[in-house]
Write a protein that binds this ligand. Structure first.
Ligand code: ZN
Length: 275
């Protein structure tokens, strides 16, 4: 049984401020240790329940956060960027289940540690797909679904977990490792407690993974992007097929979700470029 892990950083217990997830700050060294340890707890849980192979995709920032020298010896690590499918690099039809670890709530969420979607809040205000508001959990779950693979475990703060259950179904395994009091303050579980809960949830999630359906959108699929500034929408129009539906809102429609996912990545770059 093959398990794919996409690991982000903002949703790790103990991380409450962007200085802890930013390689240019001294606190980052602690952040990456905390991240690696939570990922290891989930890997161990997967193996406890019969997984035979675990691939971890480092999915935060420059994607060189996880300390390979401390990684569980039976897992493999995709490290670095840029890579095809970004936060979901490495996913394909051969996997049985997906974990999202250290994830965060979508842009515009209250009581959510470092809420955002993809680019900083200076680019994306909201994203909808076929009318459903999406964060990274939804965007990436739909790509797993495109390959026929269900998301079975999501960890992060309580708001992230609530959004995951709303989107993927109330029975998806979630572990809330912290409760946000604001965007940069949270009540955190100590790592040892978080690791126990994650390991147990990962084992349950793998044991029950056959019962979970992949998360998919019906074709045609429409991505709607609300940007922070009109100049960002101006540049999104450079991409063929993109329509402006309001001064700061653009849409792109395609029948193939993988094409849409790549178009979204391209639009994020276009919107953010300085000209
Ligand atoms: Zn991140």
């Amino acid at each position: 049984m093959k398990i794919f892990i996409s690991a982000d950083m903002e949703g790790i217990s103990g991380i409450v401020h962007s200085e802890q997830t930013d390689a240019t700050h001294s606190e980052y060294a602690r952040g990456r240790k905390l991240m690696t340890a939570e990922v290891n707890a989930a890997i161990q849980g997967a193996f406890d329940a019969g997984a035979t192979e675990v691939l971890v995709n480092d999915a935060h920032g420059g994607m060189r956060n996880i300390l390979i020298e401390e990684l569980h010896p039976d897992a493999a690590l995709l490290s670095g960027a840029t890579k095809p499918f970004s936060m979901m690099a490495g996913i394909d039809r051969t996997f049985d289940a997906v974990f999202f670890l250290g994830y965060h709530a979508r842009a515009g969420s209250s009581f959510a540690t470092l809420d955002h979607t993809w680019n900083s809040l200076t680019v994306v205000q909201n994203i909808w797909i076929n009318g459903v508001e999406m964060g990274e959990t939804g965007l990436n779950a739909a790509l797993a679904g495109y390959f026929g693979v269900p998301v079975v475990l999501v960890t992060g703060d309580a708001t992230t977990c609530m959004q995951a259950r709303e989107l993927l179904g109330a029975d998806v395994e979630t572990v809330a490792v912290k409760e946000a009091l604001g965007r940069a303050a949270a009540k955190n579980l100590p790592p040892s407690k978080a690791h126990t809960l994650i390991r147990e949830a990962a084992a349950r999630a793998v044991a029950n993974c056959k019962a979970r359906a992949p998360f998919c959108f019906e074709s045609p699929i429409t991505l709607r992007l609300a940007l922070a500034r009109t100049s960002q929408a101006d540049r999104c129009l450079w991409m063929p097929g993109v329509k402006r539906v309001a001064p700061r809102v653009v849409e792109f429609t395609h029948e193939d979700y993988a094409v849409l996912y790549n178009a979204f990545r391209a639009l994020m770059v276009l919107a953010d470029v300085q000209v």
